[in-house]
Design a protein around this ligand. Sequence first.
Ligand code: PAF
Length: 302
Amino acid sequence: MIVVSSVQALRDAVDGVGSRPVSYGFVPTMGGLHAGHQALIQASTRQCQMTVVSLFVNRAQFAPCEDFSSYPRTMDLDLSTCKEGGVDIVFAPHESDVYPSDFDTTVETGVGSPSRNPSSEGAARPTFFKGVATILTKLFILIRPTAVFFGQKDAQQCAVVRRLVRDLWFNIDVVVCDTVRESDGLAMSTRNGYLLPLERKHASVLYKSLLHGLQLAKQGIRDADQLRMAIRAYIEKWEQLSKPSAVEFRLVYVSVCSSNTFKELDGTVAAGVDCIACVTAMMGKARLIDNIRLEFGVRSLE
Ligand code: PAF
């Protein structure tokens, strides 16, 4: 495994293997690797001849009030995980190389914009997807992967990347892997490490609320407003009846939307629409996000 930090060293590592391999998988990360990242690495090493992982805590996607400085930085562990996973190249750039002081470009997609859907990551974190799209554009140009791997947990990020790749003519296959969950259903996330033991015990409430929504959808409820309300009601009931007072909790949004456009759905969801339910909440210091496909089929709204 080659570990590089400079742009030139990365270029040399990517091009220096002689004729470029046919398939080049890329797993972009901010480090703090967990089993969810391991699954992405495994998917890439299975599907591609070479795998590149980036480890870079991208300041541009954090608002000033967010956890950029406390975000876990676990480089040694991450390198072992990459090595064990069969990664060929790790790119861990310095911030000053990625964003020199005169850096003056941002990339923005409509699907990630704050105005797209008031109940979304794009609205709750207005600069987040600009930061994500900008760093990914830089990395795609540098690494030139044939496939890039993301987790379904970050559903809106997946939609942003699909749009970016399509609109900017990147010749990259966007592979979305299933969310990896703890045994109680909590979606794996680097930020789960912020949960105190009592919070951790209750953190799977989001997934349970989504399963409740899915169950109703399977029972034939097709009304987006009803599904949204049912998911919200499930969480509110938990807050009233089961949440220990020591657990700080704030529901940020519940959304039932298209997983491609992220437009909120209203009324009866037509058969075949790519419908997804998303929930985000703050529990203590941890921002928890999760989603579930509501299995109305596969016709895109686009
Ligand atoms: O999902 C993440 O870890 C980040 O948003 C990404 C894609 C690595 C961009 O910084």
